[in-house]
Structure formats: C-alpha cells, structure tokens
Design a protein around this ligand. Structure first.
Ligand SMILES: Cc1cc2nc3c(=O)[nH]c(=O)nc-3n(C[C@H](O)[C@H](O)[C@H](O)COP(=O)(O)OP(=O)(O)OC[C@H]3O[C@@H](n4cnc5c(N)ncnc54)[C@H](O)[C@@H]3O)c2cc1C
Length: 476
C-alpha cells in the first residue's frame, strides 16, 4: 500500500472505533499507537445508553455484555442515589460496568477484523500537511504519507499541540489517587466505614474487584508532588486522613492519580487534520462520560470522513463534525463541572446537593439529568427542522427484526411507512426499507449512518433535497 487514506494517532477507544467506522466504507486506515502492548490498568468504566445503542448498531453489544456487568442507570448524576425514571425511551435502559481494557481490546480486534492496520510501539512526533495530504513522522524518523490524519491521542495529544489548537479551560484543582491493592481487614469492617465516609466524601471508595484485590479511590489533597507517581505510603496517609484507618492496604497491583482539569479544544479540524476523544476534550470522570463521548465522536466523524475520501461528501459535511460534536462536549464539560461542585464537602455545595436530591424526586428533573448523562438527549441542530430531526431513533421493532440490526454496514437508511418513496440514485449509500407497520410517529424517516434522523416527511422532492444535503450527488 503506497499511501493510506487516513492515519489515526492512538489506539484507545476513540481511535479503534474510528478505524472500524472508516473500514465499513473501505477506507485504507493505519492506526499508530505508541505503546507496544495495551496498558494493564484495570479501570472499570461505565458504558451509557447511547454508546450501548451504537455498539448494538454495529453488532458488538453481545460481546460487551458477556464481559461486563449491567447495573441500574440511576444514581449516576453526582452519585446522588436516586433510581432511574421509569420508561426511558430505549431498549438498553441500563449502564454497563466493564474494564476499559476489555472495551479497548474488543474495539481494536473489531477494527483489525474489518481490515484496519494497527502498528504498535512507535510514537508520532511530527507531521506536515499541504493541499494534497499529510506526512506523518514517527519517533524512529520513518515518514508515512496519508490523505488525512486524526489525533485520537488522548488528553496530552501531540497532534493537538503540533496543530497549535488552543485548549482553554481550567487546570486541575484537586487530584484523586486510584489503585488496586489488597487489604488487611475483613469486608464487614470495610463496608461499614466506607458507607459512613461516603456520606460526606464522594471521592472516596474501596470495593472488591477480583482475586482478593480492592479498588481504592481517595482524594490526593495531602500528597505533594504531582509530577511523581503515587506510592503505597501516599495511599495509606490519605486513607487515614479521610477514613481514620488505612485498612491495612498492601501489595498494590497498580497505582495512579487523575486530576479534574476541564478543557475543550478551540477547533476540531485544521485542514486535513482532525481531533477526537480526549485529544479534543477533558473533564473530571464524574458520571463516567469521557470514553462514551470519544466513541460517539468517532461514530459522528467516521462516515463523514469516509464520504470525503470516497468523493461523495457534500461540501459542508466534514465540517458538520465540529459543528455537531463541539457543543455536545461543551455540555458534558458543564455537567461535570456541576457534579464536581456537588461533590465538595463545603457546606454551600452540600446544601445545594441536598436541594437537588429533593428535586430529583420530580420525575422530569430526574429524567432530564439521566438523559443528559446517557447522551440520549442529544439533538443536533439541523436548523428549522421538526423536533425529531437531529435526534437518535431508539431500536424500534420492524417487520424484519430490530432497526439497529439494519444499520450494521454503516450506511444511511430510509424507513418508509408509505411504501411510496425511493432512494433512487443514492442506493449505493442509503438502504431502503418499506414497513407500513413500523412503530414510528411519522410517515418516513431518513437515518444517517450514525443513527440520527436527517429528515422526516412523505414528499419525494423534499427527500431528494435532503439526500443531496447529507449524501451528496446521486450516482449515475
Ligand atoms: C478514574 C477515571 C475513571 C473514568 N471512568 C470513565 C467511565 O466510567 N466512563 C467513561 O466514559 N469514561 C471514563 N473515564 C474517561 C476515559 O478513560 C477516557 O475518556 C478515554 O480513555 C478516552 O479515550 P481516547 O481514546 O480518546 O484516549 P486515550 O484512552 O487516552 O487513548 C489515547 C491513545 O493514544 C496513544 N498515544 C498518545 N500519544 C501518542 C503518540 N504521540 N503517538 C502514538 N500514540 C499515542 C496512547 O498511548 C493511548 O493509547 C475515566 C477516566 C478516569 C481517569
């Protein structure tokens, strides 16, 4: 292969998802990952409703369910213990707790199975772009040409820095220690102390993981040197300060620290170079949204970049990636800022927390917050369109099975209850399904490959205009 269509920097969840999405459209993809092996950190993360739906759309959900633990959706906003509202509009009204390593491995395997090339063990250190393409430089001096480059290289993104894109926001104010280790006291003693401490300290946790190990989370306030990795003594000192005991912790498997910096890239695209995932936005882990946000960036960008490369993208399609995803990230940053405030032990924020806890007894308040964290509230702004346009469709029942089962190839779909319309010259990009009995409040809906509604109606000319808007000129 003389030149790749897209080089992706970073094989985390965002990079691996994007590689797979591009391969659905036969785009030649190379993923460059600096680590020789996937990192061994066993951090349990939450996959939320919209990500679970997207995984279902690409046939990956069953494999994730085998390896994760479904939990109720409730209690995720700032850890306020309220059950989820009844009747969330989804077939996947749960949260999947799953080790991040499992997700990463599965997504990488999926991308490779679809034909992506993943090269590990070499960091990207530079690139140059012109009107024709991008030349990427690796740490050993090797140069690789490509048509586009996407930085999915995490919070300290080299690609973002080399692009000179601003990353405004707030620096970390309070760090947290996190690790896995053994304990020297019985579980009953741990449960009682943890429950008591968590009444006032939301950033404290000690719970069993596997093989006799415990996951430990504790504020790092008293630990001075942020540049050094934390030690076991740091954990002991902080546990004593917060819980009055160090639980006899010993034999750590791994130890790390994370901050609560909140930043958003000023731009997601400069010419032929784009940013996605943590490279474009960082925020505290409150509500467990970062990985979900990055994976959803990849679903939004994948088909648009593929269309650009295949030559059928309308002129503004690629830029709609930033137009749609930047506001979504800004909203996530804001809700994590709010959650951090609500987790403070100061009397003011504690009073606001008590107030919000009461407000969440109102179904609409509870629903608003849960739909935000699970990302099923997203409505992209397609200007002057009815409310359903720009929103996702849930996995509705159809004559031929479930809707999401029809979206596995990453193509558009016209769902036609009238049986009168056609996708005509767009049939190489958009599938057609006539189903008069489909459980849909509108006559017809045009879905984009990422499952968002691009148009509703029953008029062929209007449909053709919208097919052109999203899928370019018809073939032939
Ligand atoms: C304590 C904690 C708990 C969390 N819990 C959740 C949760 O419950 N739910 C959730 O959604 N999110 C959670 N997150 C956030 C989540 O882990 C991140 O948002 C997610 O990993 C971002 O994925 P990414 O692929 O964008 O970046 P990363 O996972 O950072 O991947 C970037 C990749 O790029 C590689 N790379 C970097 N630089 C280069 C280079 N120059 N050349 C080549 N390769 C490079 C890195 O090695 C890495 O593999 C949590 C985070 C923390 C700290």
């Amino acid at each position: 292969m003389d030149r790749f269509d897209v080089i992706i920097v970073g094989c985390g969840p965002t990079g691996a998802t994007l590689a797979a999405e591009l391969r659905l459209h036969d785009v030649r993809v190379l993923v460059l990952e600096k680590e020789s092996e996937p990192v061994p950190f066993v951090r349990i993360v939450s996959l939320h409703v919209r990500s679970l739906e997207l995984m279902a759309m690409r046939g990956l959900l069953d494999r994730l369910l085998e390896r994760g633990r479904p939990r109720p959706v409730g209690g995720i906003f700032a850890g306020i213990p309220k059950p989820a509202p009844q009747g969330l509009d989804t077939a996947h009204a749960y949260l999947l707790g799953i080790p991040q390593t499992v997700i990463e491995n599965l997504l990488e395997e999926h991308a490779i199975a679809l034909g992506a090339e993943v090269r590990r063990g070499g960091a990207v250190v530079g690139f140059e772009q012109d009107d024709e393409g991008v030349t990427v430089e690796l740490s050993d001096g090797e140069q690789l040409p490509s048509r586009y480059l996407v930085g999915c290289d995490g919070a300290r993104s080299t690609v973002r820095k080399l692009l000179g894109v601003g990353f405004p926001g707030e620096p970390s104010r309070s760090d947290t220690l996190m690790g896995e280790m053994r304990v020297g006291v019985p579980q009953e003693e741990i449960s009682a102390t943890v429950a008591a401490v968590r009444e006032t300290h939301q950033r404290f946790w000690l719970r069993p993981t596997s093989e006799g190990y415990y996951s430990v989370v504790v504020p790092a306030a008293g630990v001075s040197d942020r540049a050094e990795p934390p030690t076991l003594d740091d954990f002991r000192q902080q546990l004593r300060a917060v819980a009055g005991t160090d639980f006899g912790v010993h034999s750590p498997r791994w130890m790390s620290r994370f901050g609560d910096a909140t930043r958003l890239a000023e731009r997601y695209r400069v010419g032929r170079v784009l940013l996605a995932g943590d490279a474009a936005h960082i925020h505290p882990p409150a509500g467990g949204q970062g990985l979900n946000l990055g994976v959803q960036d990849a679903f939004n960008l994948g088909w648009k970049l593929a269309a650009q490369i295949r030559g059928w993208a309308p002129e503004t399609l690629l830029d709609s990636y930033q137009a749609e995803r930047h506001p979504v990230a800004a909203a996530v940053l804001d809700n994590t800022r709010a959650q951090v405030e609500l987790s403070s032990t100061e009397p003011g924020p504690q009073a606001v927390r008590r107030l919000l806890t009461g407000l969440m007894d109102f179904d609409e308040v509870n629903r608003y917050l849960i739909e935000k964290i699970t990302a099923i509230d997203i409505r992209y702004d397609f200007a002057d369109a009815p409310d359903l346009v720009g929103r996702r469709l849930p996995d509705i029942d159809l004559d031929q099975g479930h809707l999401y089962g029809l979206l596995q190839r990453g193509r558009g779909l016209l769902l036609d209850r009238t049986e009168n319309l056609t996708v005509g010259g767009w049939s190489d990009r958009v599938d057609y399904l006539a189903d008069p009995a489909a459980v849909l409040d509108v006559p017809c809906a045009l879905l984009r490959p990422d499952g968002y509604v691009a148009w509703i109606g029953d008029d062929q000319q209007d449909l053709d205009d919208h097919l052109s808007r999203w899928f370019g000129r018809p073939a032939g």
